[in-house]
Design a protein around this ligand. Structure first.
Ligand code: ZN
Ligand code: ZN
Length: 365
């Protein structure tokens, strides 16, 4: 099958013929119908985050179940339409038992092997072992994944919506739905209106936050943020974001969501909080990146800073919620997907992303 392989950091992906083995126990083969071009892959492509190479990248995908491996549950059938989750789970550890499978103790270990749940891979080029990214590797015609990495997609949700829902959408919408508590009628600001940030704005609208303030340096992205529910927008290049948020909210936001992951925006997102406010950090950076927080401000104003991986969600529960909200017309996800390209154009798609393209690109293998 054709797949996009990362062989060396800072080099273009190569589209190659890769061998895909049959699924083993508890695994399924999925034919990919759509794969989202997500910023997280870039961190691996430019070496900010480490992975074993060569590796087939792509972690935001959806498709159709083609083969069931031995011992798969009757929850799944050949022909099911599914979205792929990028964090496999064991179902047994403390985090899984507590309903927080994104922190599955073993899921994290498996992720670092760049293999599937047993640490081995189903991908190779002849004798050369090729690795899996986050147990997904969906910039390819097909994938073999753990059955715990799939969630069924209801009729009416197109593949491209299903694909982006399993990463960007659940990360952004989930940050608002899960990490923010009691947000209705309370001021919330979102820093950064790329794919995840726009989804955080949609999520803020769903939970009834008000006002909803979007901050970015890009006019077009801010325009989209308004369409998705922002009541106010701030051009960070020409306006002081913290001052403007204090003005609009009369003293600061109760909640801020940082979807950028830069020290500058994270500091602003903490400064822009009113006392007892919470900053929810969603954006990633390099493994050694840090940001500074004024100690007295944190203590005296009782501010809180929380991280939200995967939208602080339980994907098996929260992804169906997102599909239901989409089908009910409450999440305008169709407008989020702004371009479609064949798999062969994956490098062009990432060049667009690097240059600040608006909305989400989806690859159709
Ligand atoms: Zn992603
Ligand atoms: Zn677990």
């Amino acid at each position: 099958m054709r797949a996009a392989v990362l062989r060396e950091a800072d080099k273009p992906l190569s589209i190659e013929d890769v061998d895909l083995d049959e699924p083993r126990a508890g695994e399924v083969t999925v034919r990919i119908e759509a794969a989202g071009v997500c910023h997280s892959d870039l961190h691996y492509m430019n070496g900010d985050l480490r992975a074993k190479l060569p590796i087939v990248v792509g972690h935001e995908g959806a498709g159709v179940v083609e083969v069931l491996g031995p011992g798969t549950t009757d929850r799944l059938a050949v022909g099911d339409r599914v979205a792929l989750l990028w964090r496999p789970r064991c179902g047994e550890c403390e985090a899984c038992a507590a309903g927080n499978p994104v922190q599955c103790r073993y899921g994290r270990v498996y992720a670092s092997t760049n293999g599937l749940m047993d640490g081995t891979t189903r991908l190779h080029v002849g004798d050369e072992r090729v690795h899996h990214l986050m147990g997904v590797s969906c910039f390819a015609e097909r994938v073999v994944v753990s059955q715990t990495s799939v969630v069924r997609v209801p009729p009416g949700v197109p593949p491209e919506i299903a694909a982006v829902s399993a990463c960007a959408v659940i990360t952004g919408v989930g940050a608002a739905m899960n990490a923010v508590q009691g947000g209705a009628g309370r001021p919330l600001a979102v820093f950064g209106t790329g794919g995840v940030g726009l989804c955080a704005v949609m999520g803020a609208a769903v939970i009834g936050a008000d006002p909803i303030i979007a901050i970015d340096v890009d006019e077009t992205k801010l325009g989209l943020a308004r369409r998705f529910g922002a009541t106010h927008i701030i051009h960070a290049r020409t306006e002081d974001a913290v001052e403007r948020i204090r003005e609009i909210t009369g003293g600061g936001a109760l909640w801020t969501i940082d979807a950028v992951g830069s020290p500058t925006t994270m500091q602003q997102a903490v400064s822009a909080l009113r006392p007892t406010g919470t900053m929810v950090a969603v954006g990633l950076n390099g493994v050694t990146a840090t940001f500074a927080v004024p100690i007295n401000e944190l203590v005296q104003q009782q501010k809180r800073i929380v991280g939200a991986l995967y939208g602080a969600s339980n994907p098996r529960i929260d992804l169906p919620r997102i599909f239901a909200l989409y089908l009910a017309g409450r999440l305008p996800l169709g407008e989020l997907v702004t371009s479609r390209r064949p798999l062969d154009e994956v490098n062009d798609a990432y060049a667009d992303l690097r240059s600040g393209a608006v909305g989400r690109t989806v690859l159709i293998p």
